[in-house]
Ligand binder design. Structure first.
Ligand SMILES: *[C@@H]1O[C@H](CO)[C@@H](O)[C@H](O)[C@H]1NC(C)=O
Ligand SMILES: *[C@@H]1O[C@H](CO)[C@@H](O)[C@H](O)[C@H]1NC(C)=O
Ligand SMILES: *[C@@H]1O[C@H](CO)[C@@H](O)[C@H](O)[C@H]1NC(C)=O
Length: 387
């Protein structure tokens, strides 16, 4: 099966190898002049307080200890410090990507439309199915399609003629995601993993449509992350805390079925990116592996202590307790966030984000066929992981 995964990936890799980079740094100048980002809390640099405010949803990230490891104050990021996108911006020599709903100024160097809790699919898809059910207001109206509308409304302030816009966006890096984690995590409240599996093709199709829409606007460089191993995610582990022993991988302690769902999503996503790459030869579509780097950290117990325990939260087996969220006065924070993988639940610590960013930057910064070929280790390495 692992061989199959690698074989299936081969066309993607060959296409990546053959496709010419959209932008060359041969001149030594900056490769990208701006970053445009879409996504959820893994990428949100400060939009969620605005959106959660509109919907009167409690938002703990506006309180300490969010931002304690870097920035020194809550910034609206779901973490103790920098996110993956922040490390990417730093590496590319660009400003931190301003959140569009919270920044009063220019977006010519980048704009971040990502919002915590955002889904790929429109909110109606879930509300029609009573997901997550009860009195929940989630998912809010912040899907990938809505974020694209925000982008299209902003476009006239960035560039004027079609020609000028194409040129402007050809020099931008587009981060499309991660999307899918919230689609699945909300759905687990009401649906079995098998039922949720049937949503995957819809999620992939929605991401694909968004990519083509961005290419139409002139995007030439797109990074499209896959999903995390949800079966290792503390909120999922907490929700299914009474799962039978056979449901867990005995070495990692992760829930096998939830991780398999993530691998399924990532396999379909890569096949779709392969198709899009073949169709748009002058565009560079990069798959960013989110699953592999997290599994790597889960599997290296020497790297992080209590690897499935969150750093900030309330009493409970995984350090998570729905009545005492991180940001609550009664919550506790571990003394060294950088020694932990998970920060407050699904979100990673800055230390873990840095590790993931390093992997993604390896792909973003690889321009020659040789270095791109090294990337083959990434996706194929996936097959080795004990999910
Ligand atoms: C945004 O900035 C402009 C000029 O600096 C200022 O006049 C305006 O009041 C600001 N708007 C908000 C909502 O802060
Ligand atoms: C969702 O947001 C979009 C963009 O802001 C808006 O056009 C649309 O009417 C909203 N839909 C709902 C159901 O609120
Ligand atoms: C969650 O926290 C509350 C309040 O501290 C506590 O009573 C409860 O036992 C905790 N739940 C678990 C599962 O530990």
């Amino acid at each position: 099966m692992h061989k199959l995964v690698c074989a299936a990936l081969l066309p993607v890799l060959l296409i990546l190898w053959w496709s010419k980079p959209a932008i060359s740094s041969a001149s030594g100048g900056p490769r990208y002049r701006s970053i445009f980002s879409f996504g959820d809390s893994f990428a949100d640099t400060g939009n969620n307080p605005a959106v959660f405010g509109w919907y009167s949803v409690f938002d703990p990230v506006t309180r300490p200890p969010y931002g304690t490891s870097f920035f020194g104050r809550p910034t609206g990021r779901n973490g103790d410090g920098r996110l993956i996108i922040d490390f990417i911006a730093e590496n590319l020599g660009l400003p931190y990507v301003p959140p569009t709903l919270a920044h009063n100024g220019s977006f010519r160097r980048g704009a971040n439309f990502a919002v915590g809790a955002a889904t790929a699919l429109d909110a109606g898809f879930f509300h029609e199915r009573d997901i997550p059910g009860g009195a929940s207001k989630f998912p809010l109206n912040t899907s990938l399609g809505v974020q694209l509308e925000w982008f299209e409304s902003m476009k006239p302030t960035l560039c004027r003629t079609a020609r000028e816009c194409k040129k402007f966006f050809s020099r931008s890096l587009f981060l499309v995601g991660e999307f899918g984690v919230n689609d699945y995590h909300f759905s687990f409240q009401r649906k079995t993993v098998q039922e949720v599996r049937s949503f995957v093709p819809h999620v992939i199709a929605t991401i694909s449509i968004a990519i083509e829409r961005l290419i139409k606007h002139g995007a030439r460089s797109l990074v499209v992350p896959g999903v995390i191993p949800s079966g290792c995610s503390p909120p999922i582990l907490t929700k299914f805390t009474n799962a039978p022993p056979a449901a867990y991988n005995s070495e990692t302690g992760c829930l096998t079925a939830h991780n398999e769902l993530g691998l399924h999503h990532n396999t379909l996503l890569q096949a779709e990116l392969d198709r899009l790459q073949a169709k748009h030869r002058n565009v560079r579509i990069m798959y960013a592996d989110f699953f592999g780097p997290i599994m790597e950290m889960v599997e290296s117990p020497h790297k992080f202590e209590d690897v499935l325990m969150v750093c900030c939260g309330g009493p409970g087996r995984y350090g998570l307790n729905s009545t005492v969220p991180c940001g609550d006065a009664a919550a506790t924070t571990c003394p060294y966030p950088s020694s932990r993988l998970y920060w407050d639940g699904v979100h990673l610590t800055e230390a873990a984000n840095r590790h993931v960013a390093d992997v993604w930057l390896g792909e973003i910064n690889s321009f020659t066929g040789v270095s791109r070929k090294q990337g083959t280790k990434g996706p194929c390495r996936l097959g080795r992981h004990k999910i």
